[in-house]
Design a protein around this ligand. Sequence first.
Ligand code: BDP
Length: 741
Amino acid sequence: MLAITAVGLFLPFRCAKHAGSRLTAAFRLVLVLVLALSGAGLAHAEDGYDLWLRYRPLPEAQAAAYRGHVAQLVLPAATPRQQAARDELLRGLGGLLGQTPPTSDAVSVDGAVVVGTPASSPTIARLRLDTRGLGHDGYLIRSAVIAGHPVTVVAAADDVGALYGAFHLLRLLQTGGSIAGLDLRETTRMKLRVLDHWDDLNGHVERGYAGNSIWGWQKLPDWLEPRYTDYARANASIGINGTVLNNVNANAAILTPPYLDKVKALAGVFRPYGIRVYLSVKFSAPIEIGGLKTADPLDPAVQRWWRAKADEIYALIPDFGGFLVKANSEGQPGPQDYGRTHADGANMLADAVAPHGGIVMWRAFVYSQANTDDRAKQAYTEFKPLDGKFRANVLLQVKNGPIDFQPREPFNPLFGAMPKTPLMMEFQVTKEYLGFATHLAYLGPLFEETLRADTMARGKGSTVARVIDGELDGHALTGIAGVANIGTDRDWSGSDFNQANWYAYGRLAWNPMLDARSIAEEWVRMTFSDDAAFVKPVVDMMMQSREAVVDYMTPLGLHHLMGKGHHYGPAPWDASGPRADWTPVYYHRADHDGIGFDRSSSGSNAVAQYAPPVAGTFNDLSKIPDAYLLWFHHVPWNYRMRSGRTLWDELVVHYTQGVDEVKQMRATWQRMDGRIDAERYRKAAVFLGIQEKEALWWRDASIAYFQSLNGLPLPAGYAPPQHPLSYYESLSFPFVPGYRP
Ligand code: BDP
């Protein structure tokens, strides 16, 4: 757009000078504006900024078919939220169909679209639709007849539901869906659908690979970046309704008055889109910014301080969501510093926000180097005894697996083990352990794998999804969090394909039972192209991509083999300080004879944290799926796998397969050249090239290291590593993005 605007500015003046044109100044100005504006529409660079809300013109035949169904918009615009729905429909329909329908107070033509709630729209009220059971967020989309005119109705019980319904209607058009004979009913059981930003106040994003923090703290509260509104639109389009603005490794300054004013300004931008703001808080804030001598949760002065702080926040932001807390983990302060439990800490904060309807998300990502027990067991050991001890407005936020967002982990044993406590899922959308920004790794299958895992806690079918959506144990307070992959990069997420992970997270947060493939399909159609010759191969490639990463990084249940601090690239040899549980050797336990972490009943017995049928499967070498073998068992290199190969050969096969899969992804993408815009095509093509190089690096470094221990030959036909082990060991990465020392 900038380029065209510049040309638009340049042309008329050049004409005037060289061709002696008699253009008046006023006419020149009009021409400049017209060219600039039309240029904006025509030659908008495909830089990824528009995400899945591109609204580019549909093929004419398709647009023509839809136009008859969206001939008029009948919807209220009395509140900012209603205006948000109206603006989005006008923007979306205008873009997709090339014309915006007129808005009106009443249906007067065939093909009107009627949006609203019984309270906001007399037309909807007269329809007497059954909006009970839709909750705040649900909606109906129905084909109906009003005053003799066939219409499409988007009805909800609350304005936010109407907004979500409006986005759904646009999605139908974007994905080539039919909008005749509609009878859709959408509801969600997930109350909190939250993005966690690990953003520091200085603009750095911990584990962020898409530039800096999008929050311009320095310019807030005065300057509200247009990007904030687009962020809110994107989130509302997939039903995300909460954002934690700052890093869980929190800075207490976020709770000081100047920052709270900034937070208030952001909350104001997000409110029309149904998004509440939450903050990560530092447990020692009463000392650091409150002047107290202690942060002991049982100390009345500390309790008073937090209550006053909550009152102060809610006076500024009445719909403030609440607090997220990382305590007594990785150096963060917490209640245990005062001999208190996590429940004592969480409850003290919960009491402070309860009068205002706020909640506390207390993280279960807790482990300690002082504890010599298997790190995978520590969160369960810590929290399971606290079941039933938390206030009603506390959710325990549990990472999907027991270690730390690895390419593959078994589900966290806390799911299903704390029936009296609402457990909130924590996924990582940013790809800290799956190749940073550049690797194409669609996380839909990873999320789906965890959500569908059967904890067997209350018998067969006790899936993780049913634990977190409250159904299994009857919780009304439910939630899910995703660690955001959003930054100041023009494409928001560091690559166009990373946007799919934000999208998939949001869609699964709304409905944890959706399937990853359909989500990918939707996303590809909205983001790139509706062309079947593009959609099918690209979706296939996405669906395969996460498994490829598992293969070239951590196959067969291996985990945590990345380099310390930077987490970029392999370092399975690393046994250096400061903590054993941060070193790869702690996790793979490889030596001359074998490899794997024995978490069976003869080892750390982590298996016992699972319900008996699951524990039985994980404990038994003859039953455990290959994918989890080395997570739970230490086996000899010559162990015979189901394939008939030895474990060593099988490992090499997987590492190599991972690289081959990336080669196939590259080849698939090359065939897509010309089917989408050159900008986004080229970027993904180059990134896949980077991925192939780095996949090979992972494979070769891992094989070189394990071979240095076992001295075994590679299976026939498998290439040796390109470099000696010493080369891989010599690489260092002190400056990679997102680094944390
Ligand atoms: C780890 C990250 C670290 C986070 C931590 C957490 O490497 O930067 O602070 O998770 O979740 O995976 O608190």
